[in-house]
Design a protein around this ligand. Sequence first.
Ligand code: 5GP
Length: 197
Amino acid sequence: MQGAKAQMKLLEDAITERGRVKDGDVLKVDAFLNHQMDVSLISELGKEFHRLFRDAGVNKILTIEASGIGIACITAQQFGVPVVFAKKTQSRNIDGAVYTSKVTSFTHQREYDVIVSQSFLGPDDRVLLIDDFLAKGSALLGLIELVKQSGASIAGAGICIEKGFDVGGKLVRDSGVRVESLAIIQEMHDGKIIFTD
Ligand code: 5GP
């Protein structure tokens, strides 16, 4: 893929052909992205994230368990950097030195604490955030909060699928973080998915 535009036809086609719209606003992509994983396709996504952020000084990738981990690992191979994943915990009584923030799960409608050990993120790190979806922005804002607590800097966020009709993209971009989404859904209705150009 050439040029600065992030949107990938390959991913849009996979969503159209292998995705399913459920309950109006939930897109199931478990046939290729977050349950069964199409590693060749995800490999192309990783290459695209690398093309977009290769000059951004990234030395660490941060994602959130569970769906982001595979995508982050494949992306990290392109950058040659480690992956840290934020762990979800419902316990408020967390041991050890950790950064912590709160995330409301879009799919489960529940609030989690997410934690990262202070051993694995600090002021020398320049972090690329990776996740499968951006909807209301809670997951990404939770990761951004962890990075802020650590004193690391944020190179940007690489998102596979952004729901362009939801508030998250605007919230995160307005906070000053560069967001690159490989497919942006403008609308979903009657099982049809329309992408932004
Ligand atoms: P947000 O926190 O931005 O509202 O949602 C992002 C998180 O919720 C992602 O980590 C993703 O796992 C999940 N998510 C949001 N929307 C969808 C969706 O339509 N389908 C699936 N499978 N997951 C979603």
